[in-house]
Design a protein around this ligand. Structure first.
Ligand code: NI
Length: 260
């Protein structure tokens, strides 16, 4: 079995509390050797670090999600900076813009995104970007804040091929989640077919977005296999090849070999 990396999980979510050990055991049995748990506010960022301290194969990303930017102040960013110094923190994320839910005003989302990109550059950490219905603004901010100096990943990619190319030009990776396997996947299958293999990552974003055949259920890292298998099917490759390349890509982006 070729090892797989789930590049974006939220095992800190309360939905994993009851059967956490079983979820981790199923991931290992499925070949998912490495999991990056991603924070979306200060408590979840702290929790992701705590998990990484317990499990050698877990890493953490810390950041403030656009939904949670309303209450961010200088103190929040100071605390985030302190958390980001932890040796198992491999990225700043998830950060970005969400113009679909609009839980926070765009101006606030933009300001907090900019400040977190600056923090990432200061610490030389890559970015995990959340982008929902905000493609143009995300690209502008990434350019203006010189995000290409640290690179990153467009998590749970939701754009078309033209947008994917603009992200690739910035030096970013494209990560696919379970929605690639849905019947109504829009432009995603085409993007997964066309972009260079060495820029692809796979993720679950669990507990959300379970791939077919688990759609609608709680997602978990073991299911990342189905995302890799879908990419393999689209590109007429063996799932093992997709697993090998996406794992190598994740190791490179997050500099995992420097730590483990
Ligand atoms: Ni997420």
């Amino acid at each position: 079995m070729v090892p797989l990396i789930d590049s974006h999980a939220h095992l800190t979510d309360a939905r994993f509390q009851e059967d956490f050990a079983e979820v981790v055991a199923r991931a290992k049995a499925a070949g998912v050797t490495t999991i990056i748990n991603v924070g979306y506010d200060l408590p979840s960022s702290r929790a992701a670090i705590a998990l990484a301290e317990e499990e050698s194969s877990f890493f953490a990303a810390v950041g403030i999600h656009p939904h949670d930017t309303k209450t961010v102040n200088a103190q929040t960013l100071q605390e985030l900076q302190e958390l980001a110094a932890h040796p198992k923190v491999v990225a700043i994320g998830e950060i970005g813009l969400d113009y679909y839910y609009h839980h926070a005003p765009p101006a606030q989302q933009l300001s907090v995104l900019r400040q977190q990109i600056r923090l990432a550059r200061q610490l030389s950490l890559p970015l995990i970007i959340h982008d929902r219905d905000a493609h143009d603004d995300v690209l502008s901010v990434l350019h203006e804040e010189r995000a290409s100096e640290v690179g990153g990943v467009m998590h749970c990619f939701s754009g078309d091929l033209a947008f994917a190319h603009r992200c690739l030009e910035l030096g970013f990776y494209i990560s696919f989640a379970g929605n690639l396997t849905f019947k109504k996947a829009g432009a995603l299958p085409e993007v997964a077919r066309q972009i260079p293999l060495e820029r692809l990552l796979v993720e679950t974003d669990c507990p959300y977005l379970a791939p077919v055949p688990y759609r609608g259920k709680r997602n978990e890292p073991a299911h990342v296999l189905h995302v890799a298998a879908k990419i393999a099917e689209l590109r007429q490759l063996e799932p093992a090849q997709v697993a090998a390349v996406t794992s190598s890509n994740a190791r490179q982006l997050f500099a995992l070999d420097r730590i483990s």
